[in-house]
Design a binder for this molecule. Structure first.
Ligand SMILES: Nc1ncnc2c1ncn2[C@@H]1O[C@H](COP(=O)(O)OP(=O)(O)OP(=O)(O)O)[C@@H](O)[C@H]1O
Length: 232
């Protein structure tokens, strides 16, 4: 049984038919990259899984259990975490407070902090700073650290490299690589080298359907196979 399985998922915003039958699977322990041009439905796929925009057709099974019809908080409680594109966090709280409240109720907060600081020593140095005062790269690190301590079985990360300088992208890559050792990841990412390097498998979405998929090792960043679907 796959950890996550989407079958014929169709999602709308009002009358706009965005996902027109998405099929994809994520196995436990994998990093799966979801790629595609702007506006093809990548974020909508994540929103569909989370039941933020519930699909009208199809099925989304997590550990064999149907998610469609559940509330978003139930999906989260089942172990599905989300790092949205806007790196949502509490800007008036410090870095440490942001990590603390990401530790699930009943779990060991100090152990969570230790895990976060081990993975992100740079964050420990700025633990007392307000999250709102961080650079884009630091905010992305904090968002990933929050995902890490959230004890998710599946972490969905939306465009973590977007808008970041190359050196910071490298740091985000390394951070995700260390998180990948702990958690299954579904990664939406337009930075092809980063996506292919991190991923075990990939899917390419175009106009709301999967048009290609395979092993990340089997394609290169400049392959015609990917270029066809990814370049503008
Ligand atoms: N809340 C919304 N209401 C109506 N249409 C929306 C809404 N959110 C997104 N869309 C539209 O749905 C389509 C898919 O958007 P989505 O954000 O899923 O794309 P994406 O592949 O993640 O691209 P991007 O990289 O630009 O975020 C786009 O045409 C977008 O304009």
């Amino acid at each position: 049984m796959s950890l996550l399985e989407l079958d014929g998922v169709e999602t709308y915003y009002g009358e706009s038919h965005i996902l027109e039958g998405v099929d994809l699977e994520v196995e436990e322990g994998e990093v799966v990259a979801l790629m595609g041009r702007n506006g093809v439905g990548k974020t909508t796929t994540l929103r569909s899984i989370l039941q933020l925009t519930p699909p009208r057709e199809g099925s989304i099974r997590y550990r064999g259990e149907e998610l469609i019809g559940k509330e978003t908080h139930e999906v989260a409680e089942a172990g599905v975490g989300w790092i949205p594109e806007d790196r949502r966090m509490f800007s008036q709280l410090t870095v440490e407070e942001n990590v603390r409240i990401a530790v699930p109720k009943g779990s060991d907060v100090e152990a969570g902090l230790e895990l976060a600081w081990d993975a992100f020593p740079d964050l420990e140095e700025i633990r007392d700073r307000d999250a709102g005062d961080l650079s884009g790269g630091q905010q992305q690190m904090l968002a990933i650290a929050r995902g890490l301590v959230g004890e998710n079985d599946l972490l969905m990360v939306d465009e973590p490299s977007e808008g970041l300088a190359p050196l910071i992208v490298e740091a985000v890559h390394d951070a995700l690589e260390s998180v990948a050792g702990e958690t299954t990841i579904l990664l939406v990412e337009q930075n092809l080298p980063m996506a292919l390097d991190l991923a075990d498998r990939f899917y390419v979405l175009d106009h709301g359907v999967v048009v290609d998929s395979g092993d990340a090792d089997a394609v290169s960043t400049d392959s015609e196979r990917l270029r066809r679907h990814l370049s503008a």
